[in-house]
Structures are given as structure tokens and as C-alpha cells.
Ligand binder design. Structure first.
Ligand code: LMR
Length: 312
């Protein structure tokens, strides 16, 4: 596309994790492709690691058009679209492939656009991966979690998930997790492998129980009004880039998590706890009743649609 005479449209893309994560790489790939294909028309600035805005203020900043793009985890939209809590339900999806299938279904497409009227326009789902439990002691049986405090993202489902194993849940922004773990205000957390290193930074000895009990994926969002104000030809090219970046992020997230898992375990300060099928089933049995508690809020139709994606 030919360079424009006027100032380029500026897109500030802010997020809370590092550059070397599925989301961080996605943001940088978006910047690169825009630079290659829309030079002079659009410019992208990427702000990782909560350097511009963080969990507490990023959504407000998007609504005020102070930033134009975010990719918060699906747990961070509860206030705007409670149905998205379906993604937080523990042990709902068998694997990341099932989540990907669900993200392609009509129900998920509708959820993507469910906040457009409130100023938040969903561009795409981005994968990160399945969550593991991490703590300063080994967790094998659900009773091992009793009495511990776990950091959670701002989601009532996640609160209920930890209450189900008699643990306490503490809502904290991602940027504060490592400090809270070091200070001992929380003794555990949950996250995909690609986030565990950041969360556990500075901890002498941590244990990761490979539960794969839930999912941490993202919605790539922009400000509705900003997006529709972009001239059609430019927006069409941006739409193409969005599609291409999303395909790359979603194709590479699983292998990034696998690599990160190997590196974390190789560095020696993290001990892997592998559950027997019976132990995993015990966690599942404790946590699964959470589904029913949130069925009314999420919607039976949405829950049913999500439950069908495992059957293949
Ligand atoms: C978290 O807060 O644990 C995650 O949402 C961080 C992220 O963006 O991956």
C-alpha cells in the first residue's frame, strides 16, 4: 500500500507478559507485518511487561482510546461479558485442541463480538496453553492445597475453583505475582508453562504440578470506535494481518510452552510433580462441581456447546 501524506495511524499495543511468550511474539509479529505492508499509513508501538498499562488499568485505557490494542486473558473480561467465564471452568477441556475447536464454533464467535457495543471489539482468540499449579510445596492430592493462598486472575470461577479444595484465592495483577510469591503472601499460583518462569522469578524452590486443569487463552481486542474509524482499505489490510498473526500465534503456542517447560525443569530450581490418573481424578472430582454453580451466569447453551468439543 502506498505511503499516506498524513500522519500514520498510531496503534499502541500493551500487554502484561514478556516478549518471549506466545502473546509477546504475536504483538511483535503484528508490528513487523504492519511495518512491512502499511508503512506510512499505520505505526505500531508494543509495550510488554505492564510497562504502559497493567491489569488494573488496561481495559479503562482501551475504552478511553489511550491504548488501541490489548490481548488480556479470557479471565479478565468477566465484568464486560460474564459468559466468557466458560473458559475458566476447571477440567472442562481435555486439551488445547478442544479449546481451539470451541474457539471456532459459532458460540465463541458470538462471544468475540459480545462487547462491541460497550467499546471493546474482539479481533481474535489467541492460544497460550493449559494451566499448571505451582506452589512452594508439592501438591499431589487436593488436600495438599488446603489452607494455602493462591494468586488468581480476577475471576469468580477461579475463586470458586480454589475454594473447592479449601484454599484461599487472592486476586493480583500479573505484574505483582512474583513479589507476592517471594514475600509469602501467596504460596501458590496457576498458569501455563510460558508464564511460570515470570511468576516464580526469585523463588528458591518451587514445585509445579502438571494438572492441565484449565486454560489460559486470550482475546485480542481493540477499541470499537477507533477500529471502525480506520479507512476501509487500511482496515482490510489490517484484517489480513490480524488473521495471519493469529494463525502463527495459535500454531506456535503449544511448542513454545513445551520449550519453556523443558527450560524451567532443566534449570533445576523447579521440581515437577506428575499426578497418577487417580490423583488427577481426585482434583477433578473436587473442582468440577464449580461448573454447575456458574451455569446460570454463563448460560446452559454456552456450557453445553463447550462440553461437546471434547468428543471427537
Ligand atoms: C495472568 O494474569 O496470569 C495472565 O493473564 C497473564 C497473561 O497475560 O498471560
Amino acid at each position: 500500500m502506498a505511503a499516506q501524506a498524513s500522519e500514520p495511524i498510531l496503534i499502541k499495543f500493551a500487554h502484561v507478559v514478556g516478549d518471549d511468550t506466545p502473546k509477546g511474539k504475536g504483538a511483535l509479529l503484528f508490528q513487523k507485518l504492519v511495518r512491512e505492508r502499511l508503512a506510512g499509513a499505520v505505526e505500531v508501538e508494543v509495550y510488554p511487561n505492564s510497562t504502559l498499562v497493567g491489569d488494573a488499568d488496561e481495559m479503562q485505557a482501551l475504552l478511553e482510546n489511550k491504548v488501541q490494542m490489548l490481548a488480556p486473558s479470557l479471565s479478565k473480561f468477566t465484568e464486560y461479558s460474564p459468559k466468557l467465564e466458560v473458559f475458566d471452568l476447571p477440567f472442562l477441556f481435555d486439551d488445547e485442541a478442544a479449546v481451539s475447536r470451541f474457539q471456532k464454533r459459532e458460540t465463541s464467535r458470538e462471544l468475540l463480538r459480545s462487547m462491541a457495543g460497550r467499546g471493546i471489539y474482539g479481533l481474535a482468540y489467541w492460544n497460550n496453553g493449559l494451566k499448571q499449579l505451582s506452589a512452594n510445596q508439592p501438591l499431589r492430592d487436593p488436600t495438599d492445597a488446603a489452607g494455602l493462598a493462591f494468586r488468581i486472575q480476577p475471576s469468580s470461577v477461579l475463586e470458586a475453583q480454589f475454594a473447592a479444595v479449601d484454599a484461599k484465592a487472592v486476586r493480583l495483577p500479573f505484574a505483582d505475582v512474583s513479589k507476592a510469591m517471594q514475600a509469602g503472601t501467596v504460596q501458590g499460583t496457576e498458569g501455563p508453562w510460558s508464564n511460570i518462569r515470570g511468576q516464580n522469578a526469585g523463588i528458591k524452590q518451587s514445585y509445579v504440578t502438571e494438572t492441565n486443569h484449565g486454560v489460559l487463552n486470550y482475546m485480542w481486542v481493540t477499541n470499537s470506535e477507533f477500529w471502525t474509524s480506520i479507512p476501509f482499505a487500511v482496515r482490510s489490510e489490517l484484517d489480513n494481518i490480524v488473521l495471519e498473526v493469529t494463525q502463527t500465534v495459535n500454531a506456535e503456542a503449544a511448542s513454545m510452552n513445551q520449550r519453556e517447560r523443558e527450560q524451567i525443569l532443566a534449570n533445576g530450581s523447579t521440581t515437577l510433580v506428575t499426578l497418577t490418573p487417580e490423583q488427577r481424578q481426585a482434583w477433578r472430582a473436587k473442582m468440577q462441581p464449580v461448573w454447575r454453580s456458574f451455569e446460570a451466569q454463563i448460560g446452559s447453551d454456552v456450557l453445553r456447546a463447550a462440553m461437546t468439543v471434547n468428543r471427537r
